[in-house]
Design a protein around this ligand. Structure first.
Ligand code: COA
Length: 149
């Protein structure tokens, strides 16, 4: 595996790099409307924390978390560019995001997983909460959670 660097976003340029990865994955590939994909958490002065994963040939992945109720962090917008999938980079991305959540004082995280990605999150220690799958942005999801040790 090539060397990847996890960057905790601190400036507008890094944030724009996250949005660029996400646009390619969610808007172009998954056809999520851009007005749903980008929201008020995608501002530097919001309560969200973003990470971008940089490879030797450019950015490979991005994700964010936002504060959620009951003191949990909610992981969102988890995106690995298609050319980088299946090589463990999603694991690297989630590990960086969970580290950032721990550093921010969170001991638990939740996420809404697209159903096709449930096995991915399960392999990282997330468990699916009881309840029917639901649609968000036209894609079927389940809610999952994990304690951050
Ligand atoms: N179903 C089941 N298991 C999966 C999986 C899937 N769709 N995708 C990956 N895994 C498993 C891998 O086999 C691997 O398991 P192992 O460590 O036991 O070998 C583990 O999850 C980590 O895989 P990794 O290679 O790090 O995943 P990835 O880099 O391919 O990234 C996604 C996975 C889901 C982030 C990536 O496919 C993606 O960005 N998809 C498009 C955007 C998306 O759907 N995001 C999720 C929104 S909820």
């Amino acid at each position: 595996m090539e060397n990847f660097k996890i960057i905790a976003v601190e400036n507008e340029n890094q944030l724009a790099r996250c949005l660029s990865v996400r646009r390619e994955v969610f808007v172009n590939e998954q056809q999520v409307p851009e007005e749903l994909e980008v929201d008020d958490y995608d501002r530097l002065d919001s309560t969200a924390k973003h990470v971008v994963v940089e490879g030797s040939n450019g950015d490979a992945a991005a994700a964010r978390f936002i504060p959620y109720k009951d003191g949990a962090a909610k992981m969102q917008r988890v995106a690995v560019r298609s050319a980088y999938r299946g090589q463990g980079l999603g694991r690297v991305l989630m590990s960086g995001l969970e580290d950032a959540a721990r550093q921010a004082g969170y001991s638990r995280c939740i996420l809404d997983s697209q159903c096709h990605a449930e096995g991915f999150y399960r392999s990282l220690g997330y468990r699916t909460l009881p309840g029917e799958p639901f649609y968000d942005a036209g894609i079927l999801h389940v809610r999952m959670e994990k304690e951050l040790q």
